[in-house]
Design a binder for this molecule. Structure first.
Ligand code: URA
Length: 230
């Protein structure tokens, strides 16, 4: 059972507008609790029992979303480096307090599984080196792959340019001459591209097919699925 909260605070924190704006919605009779119109903005409510224009409130206890990031979008909140993933997501999610953010980032040119949430503890847990989460990347490279890469990536002594700590062991599966799957448990900056670059390969295409237990399961690029709370 959710904690009781003021009605105006509930609506504002779920992205329906500023305190002043949501009070206008409330005074206009658009909010109901168990089907009864409530015009008192200070009423203490269970967010799960509130509707706005007869629609239940979305994920009052926190939002977790599986997103298929398309290429061409950056994962930052500001648009200095091009269009952002947040432009593809419902505007209200950015207006939530706390706002949604991605769990880690994918490069602009990388597509695939990206989790989006407003739950800071999930971001912390899933990006912390203490929690081992396997991420699988499908890479297309510019020249034929050789079997020795499997051992090189698996050894756990691969040093990336300008770093002093070697990468943890990673599992490389060669799919065909130019395609491989790489499973890593870290999330260093441009890690997959830099791992291949350290061996003289240029990654031409990169797609993350899974993040821990989460997979796209046919979700199209640019689309998302709201997940049940973990
Ligand atoms: N490694 C990369 O090089 N890019 C990503 O987006 C993710 C992992």
């Amino acid at each position: 059972m959710s904690k009781l909260r003021r009605l105006d605070q509930t609506l504002a924190s779920l992205g329906f507008g500023s305190r002043r704006e949501v009070r206008e919605l409330i005074h206009a009779g658009q909010a109901k609790v168990k089907g009864i119109v409530i015009k008192d903005e200070g009423a203490k409510v269970n967010p799960h029992e509130v509707t706005l224009n007869d629609e239940p409130l979305e994920a009052p206890d926190g939002l977790l979303v599986l997103f298929h990031k398309p290429t061409g979008y950056v994962c930052t909140h500001s648009d200095g480096e091009g269009p952002t993933i947040y432009e593809l997501l419902p505007f209200r999610w950015r207006e939530r307090n706390p706002p949604v953010t991605s769990v880690g980032r994918l490069d602009k040119d990388t597509s695939g599984v990206l989790l989006i949430t407003d739950r800071g503890e999930l971001v912390q847990r899933w990006t912390s080196p203490k929690f081992v989460i396997e991420k699988v990347y499908e890479a297309t490279v510019d020249k034929p792959l050789t079997a020795d890469l499997i051992e090189i990536f698996a050894r756990g002594d691969l040093l990336l340019t300008s770093e002093t700590k070697p990468c943890l062991p990673a599992k490389l599966e060669i799919v065909d001459e130019l395609h491989a799957k790489l499973t890593i448990t870290e999330g260093r900056y441009h890690q997959v591209r830099r791992m291949f670059a350290s061996q003289g390969y240029h990654v031409q295409k990169l797609h993350r097919s899974s993040f821990g237990e989460y997979e796209l399961d046919g979700l199209e690029a640019g689309k998302w699925k709201v997940l049940e709370r973990p």
